[in-house]
Design a binder for this molecule. Sequence first.
Ligand SMILES: Cc1ncc(COP(=O)(O)O)c(C=O)c1O
Length: 366
Amino acid sequence: MFYDRELQAIKRANRYRKREIFGENLLDFASNDYLGLSKKRGLFKKACKRVLRYKFHSPKASTLVNGYHPIHKEFENYISKINGFEKATTLGSGFLANISLFEALPRRGDLLLFDEEFHASGLITKKMSEATVDIFKHNDYNDLKTKIKKFKNFSKSRVIIAVEGIYSMSGDMVKKEIFDIADSHNAILVVDEAHSVGIVGKHLLGIFEYYGIKPKKNHIKMGTLGKALGSYGAYILSSKEIYNYLCNRAKAIIYTTAPSIFDIALAHENFLYIEKNLQTIKNNIKKIKKITSDILGIKPKSLILPIELENSQQAIKLKQYLLSQGFIVGAIRPPTVKKPILRVILRLKEKKLKKLLRIIQSEVLS
Ligand SMILES: Cc1ncc(COP(=O)(O)O)c(C=O)c1O
């Protein structure tokens, strides 16, 4: 009654979405559970034990009232130390973390520059920002440089740049030059590592580690716990100064209940598991990339394989066909992406992965 027109328009454009529960036995090549941690019951039990050491298992209040729990603090100390940042803040989700950052960091007169493929949780803040917000072409450091220089010609205010470590839809990596540009212009660089933690770097810590970049005062890293980390939540790593500022200014940190204690405990256990099984996990990732390259002739930089399609109808049809073969993959349509894609998350089970890639090769790519 209230939104008929809008819903009809979405349907006409083949963009209508609905929530569905898929069978547990489908082969999962759609979710962001890159390392398969969501099935590890032993780690779940360990996290329960960690929580049961304390009298309270619910966060109950904002971290700025009395919701801050030793489990949050223990994880924050751990995560900041292994990443070489001064401070960490845990948050309820990556979406909330990006809202926190981009609502609080750019002030009136500042310039906030997003890569055009930045996640919706960042771009949504354009509407609430007091700063000038602009978009630079995807991974185009020359376009970024031009935009910064233009701004600096008439302003001494802050510049904040927002990029992803590995882009959630295209699966490509942020260019290293963007770090250099941020440093040379004394700009704050926010790196959303939702899809790079657990996937790249010597210890699978993400893109800073992959490029060998030591965190500096102008660097902020946002990591999520709901993807490779097999839990739910997020963390922001930064300098002490930015940490103190966020705790005092970021509304989505101050005016929200502290993150789930259990989810943070689970993420902590899962990080320790990755540390312990590092070599096996890295070997598996290497194997996945080799299988993909052998079958499709595509060398993936990450575990996200986007297969570009003609139109949304084709995306839906292919997804349905793969479902009938026992596989679930993502069929991502505009406006999430410019052109519809099958978003395949490359995961091991070797035989199943090979079968899926062969179907994709014959049904789409040949
Ligand atoms: C790049 C990126 N940033 C942030 C988020 C939001 O994270 P969360 O799912 O923890 O809210 C996502 C989730 O899809 C993402 O892909």
